[in-house]
Design a protein around this ligand. Structure first.
Ligand code: PMT
Length: 400
């Protein structure tokens, strides 16, 4: 049976071009067995007709605060009490501002004030509006009040610009809600994780790489998915089968990984950098290098520190790094924690059948003001233990 079966969802639709996607959202929720009632703002009706949402939800669309007919069918307080969950998709910049201000100047904002149900919002707006300090402040305040944020996504926008601000696809919104209704300590959290090695081409046939098999990162991605997270896994080349996660993105070089990670970082709640990213890469020769000399010197250039870039984003996710060391584990890990401005770092010994390639591992985990040892165990078990600790620290950092 679907977790949506019999669940009462109040869908708020505000004004924006993405309002047309509300139709697909309603269809998906109803197909899953949810009972959906739709509330539209006046602006939303400029983008999609109430009739469409009425037909798909099988229920009259609510629009007006003071309409005696609507109030007699179900008054706004009853509607606010009726909902198991309120979802606003799309949520415009104006709606977010009014929610933050505690306004009650239309039916939707009044319901949000009058409800005890969890409130989920999926913003959609032009990139510049999303990045405006006013919108950022509104989002921060709403989040600090416990409102759940879904997206926005990145990409080409209706206005022709490209960047963050697209409504999260209805299928992904549904997935996040599924986790809200379902079980799992990671429900509702979006995890971005990197895994495996990178390959840095020397010429069209040769590359530099390292011993990472991807096992540790894949185990973390799978465990988080099982515990309810929405998982995006960005993986370098491995011999493993792709795990069952929401998004699986394959990359090859450190540069590819940097681009993919930065593309998804702002819409993640958490980033775990478990990939063994090349620290240096050569400039690729256009043709196969011939063995004409007895020695060959390669000039290597430092790659960009991916995790360092993530942790310096304005809207950074909670950022977890790994440290792979052959000596002075604690000292090196602590330095990386500080220099890369991480929230937490998991350090492992590597080399001599340790850390890399093998099925088991042990971790020493450090964060500002604390540390914990996770003893040797199969990487699947260790992943579950590390996720529990990460979640503990994530919640601790969000409660201060
Ligand atoms: O894949 P397995 O075979 O299961 O092995 C697991 C593992 C040993 C690869 C894993 O547990 C691990 O330690 N991963 C990190 C490996 C590594 O590159 O560590 P580092 O100490 O060199 O880097 C520190 C951190 O910076 C890491 O989070 C790394 O992802 C990140 N980094 C490094 C270089 C770079 N250019 N960009 C980065 O983001």
């Amino acid at each position: 049976m679907s977790v949506f079966s019999g669940k009462k969802i109040l869908l708020g639709v505000s004004g924006g071009i993405a309002a047309y996607k509300a139709a697909e959202l309603v269809r998906l929720m109803v197909t899953e067995g949810a009972i959906v009632r739709v509330v539209m703002t006046e602006a939303a009706t400029q983008f999609i007709t109430p009739l469409t949402l009425e037909a798909l939800s099988g229920s009259k669309v609510h629009r007006h605060l003071f309409d005696p007919l609507e109030e007699s069918a179900m008054n706004h307080i009853d509607l606010a009490r009726w909902a198991d969950l309120i979802l606003i998709a799309p949520a415009s910049a104006d709606l977010l501002a009014r929610l933050r201000g505690g306004h009650a100047d239309d039916l939707l904002t009044t319901l949000c004030l009058a409800t005890n149900a969890p409130l989920w919002v999926a913003p959609a707006m032009n990139r510049v509006m999303w990045e405006h300090p006013a919108t950022k402040e509104n989002i921060d305040t709403l989040r600090s009040r416990g409102i759940h944020l879904l997206g926005p996504d990145q990409g080409i926008q209706a206005c022709g610009e490209s960047g963050p601000g697209r409504l999260l696809e209805p299928g992904l919104i549904l997935k996040a809600l599924e986790q809200a209704f379902g079980a799992g300590p990671w429900a509702g959290l979006r995890l971005l994780i990197s895994a495996g090695p990178t390959r840095e081409p020397i010429d069209p046939v040769r590359y530099l790489s390292n011993r990472s098999s991807g096992k540790m990162g894949y185990a973390l991605a799978e465990a988080a998915q099982q515990q309810g997270a929405v998982v995006t896994l960005i993986s370098g080349p491995t011999a493993l089968s792709p795990p069952k996660v929401d998004h699986f993105i394959e990359v090859e070089t450190a540069k590819d990984m940097l681009e993919a990670v930065l593309h998804h970082a702002s819409s993640a709640d958490m980033f775990i950098g478990s990939a063994a990213v090349a620290d240096y890469a050569p400039n690729m020769a256009p043709q196969k290098i011939k063995k004409e000399t007895s020695t060959l010197t390669l000039e290597l250039y430092k790659t960009v520190d991916i995790i360092g870039q993530v942790s310096s984003l304005d809207d950074r996710p909670f950022t977890v790094g790994f440290a792979a060391e052959t000596e002075n584990l604690e000292a090196h890990a602590r330095l990386k924690l500080k220099h890369k401005a991480l929230d937490l770092i998991a350090a492992n010994h590597v080399g001599d059948h340790q850390g890399f390639e093998v099925d088991d591992n042990e971790l020493m985990v450090f964060w500002e003001g604390g540390q914990r040892f996770l003893p040797r165990a199969h990487k699947t078990q260790l992943a579950a233990e590390l996720l529990t600790l990460i979640l503990e620290r994530y919640h601790a950092s969000h409660s201060t």
